[in-house]
Design a protein around this ligand. Structure first.
Ligand code: CUA
Length: 180
């Protein structure tokens, strides 16, 4: 009886140990996990996290705010350990802004401090959401998903400027800003 109890204790210990490791290191395993399940979820056609800078929508020259022919605004950003690229984006107030984001490594979660808006960013997929920022202002964009050693320092910035101050953009122009 005692031996059985010891065995159960040992197994429980192993399971607990494994759970602790997983819960603190899951940011290191979620990329393969997402790739694995992506096939079943019909995804897997998203951008390759390791080739973002080489080809496709998220090459560096295409990041930032872009204006479409109809005047619509799209912001493209990459989240990666432990920065956003670009670190600062400028958009006009009172206009719907479509965010398209992906991750170069692990899962990140960002929020626009002072608003209800947030986004989860996953490697191998594009997260898209459209937000309208009613008032001009400076919104910090902290990361809320533990993504590694530099997680607590990971934050970008969104500058929302009055609509009339947001000059019309050229077709190939991408607008970013300096961190303040
Ligand atoms: Cu990115 Cu925490």
């Amino acid at each position: 009886m005692l031996r059985l109890g010891k065995k159960i204790g040992f197994v429980a210990g192993v399971i607990l140990f494994g759970a602790v490791i997983l819960s603190t290191r899951y940011y290191m395993v979620d990329v393969p996990v997402y790739h694995f399940f992506g096939h079943f979820l019909g995804g897997g056609e998203g951008p390759d996290p390791s080739a973002l800078h080489l080809r496709g929508e998220f090459v560096e020259s295409n990041l930032g705010a872009a204006q479409g022919a109809s005047g619509s605004l799209t912001v493209r950003m990459i989240a990666q350990q432990f920065v956003f690229v670009p670190q600062c984006v400028e958009v006009p107030a009172g206009v719907p802004v479509t965010f398209r984001m992906t991750s170069a490594d692990v899962v990140h979660m960002l929020s626009f401090l002072g608003t209800d808006y947030g986004l989860k960013v996953v490697p191998g997929a594009v997260t898209e959401a459209t937000f309208t920022f009613a008032q001009p202002g400076t919104f910090k964009i902290p990361c809320h998903e533990f993504c590694g050693a530099g997680h607590y320092a990971m934050r970008g910035q969104l500058n929302v400027v009055p609509r009339e101050r947001f000059a019309h953009m050229l077709p190939g122009e991408r607008r970013t800003c300096e961190l303040r």
